[in-house]
Ligand binder design. Structure first.
Ligand code: C2E
Ligand code: CA
Ligand code: CA
Length: 258
């Protein structure tokens, strides 16, 4: 199917309820406990099956559909998260949702996030927003302003794909980020490559000094996990523990004993 057809179908995907969120667990290495989830979009296309986000998000961005789709994802993830919190009161748990650059600079974002946090009574920082370093390129002052307002509205702020983008470290200390996610390309090379281990070690220690949480992404093997344990990386995510799963399976995971 070509791009035009996909775009036409995408325009109807929301009203036809074809979009779904999957959830990938985030694990606390030291205790092995489920600490939270990352929400990841999927499109359940009637003929193509489950379409991955890298296929349709760029189309959504160009077609001006990313704002309503992104708003739907924020709303759905927040409500699912509130339901999980009600199921297991008192249990430490968080969730994060990915934002595209366009969504990040949309004037209604802060208000929507603030409204969800308030209405669903989500504790400050537990409803996380993942942004890549690319939001900081160019309009740094504007980005800093949005980040501060999101933080004030009670959102958690995570830097996604850390290490692949803009390399200035200045912003790390001055902006209200809570967590950084080390890109999986670094994790994939952990075992073979000693210099990579040093890079990951340096990122973890930088984060620790700046009081940022760290999530290593794309952990697939026991060896990578052991390496990250030695480096005292707080959290991991990846196929080693679980692929992204639908809401039903994520709920079952939450109900399992630790
Ligand atoms: P991302 O935010 O870096 O998400 C992580 C991607 O890595 C996910 O792909 C996930 O399924 C995959 N992954 C997780 N563990 C492993 C592993 O151990 N090995 C490997 N090889 N891959 C792993 P997915 O779900 O296809 O998402 C791709 C990208 O699409 C995301 O990258 C994110 O940038 C974007 N995306 C997903 N959902 C949303 C959304 O709701 N809004 C926006 N704006 N972007 C989204
Ligand atoms: Ca992400
Ligand atoms: Ca990532």
């Amino acid at each position: 199917m070509d791009r035009m057809d996909l775009e036409i179908d995408l325009r109807h995907a929301m009203e036809r309820r074809e979009l779904v969120l999957y959830y990938q667990p985030k694990i606390h290495i030291e205790t092995g406990r489920l600490a939270g989830f990352e929400a990841l979009l999927r499109w359940n296309h009637p003929r193509l099956g489950l379409v991955p986000p890298l296929r349709f998000i760029p189309i959504a961005e160009e077609a001006g559909l990313i704002i309503p789709i992104g708003a739907w994802a924020l709303d759905t993830a927040a409500r699912q998260f509130a339901a999980w919190r009600a199921m297991a009161p008192g249990r430490p748990l968080d969730i994060s949702v990915n934002l595209s650059v366009k969504q990040f600079f949309d004037r209604d974002l802060v208000e929507q996030v603030g409204r969800l946090v308030k209405e669903l009574e989500l504790p400050a920082g537990t409803f996380g927003l993942e942004v890549t370093e690319t939001v900081l390129i160019g309009e740094m002052q504007k980005a800093a302003d949005v980040l501060r307002r999101l933080h004030a509205a009670g959102a958690g702020l995570l830097i996604d794909d850390f290490g692949t983008g803009y390399s200035s470290l200045n912003y790390l200390a001055s902006l209200p980020f809570d967590s950084l996610k080390i890109d999986r390309t670094f994790i994939a090379r952990l075992e073979q490559d000693e210099s990579c281990t040093e890079v990951v070690r340096a990122v973890i220690s930088l984060a620790r000094n700046l009081k940022l949480d760290v999530v290593a992404e794309g952990v697939e093997t026991e060896a990578q996990l052991e390496c990250l344990r030695r480096l005292e990386c707080p959290h991991v995510q990846g196929y080693y523990y679980s692929k992204p799963v639908d809401a039903k399976l994520a709920t079952e995971m939450l109900q399992r004993p630790a």
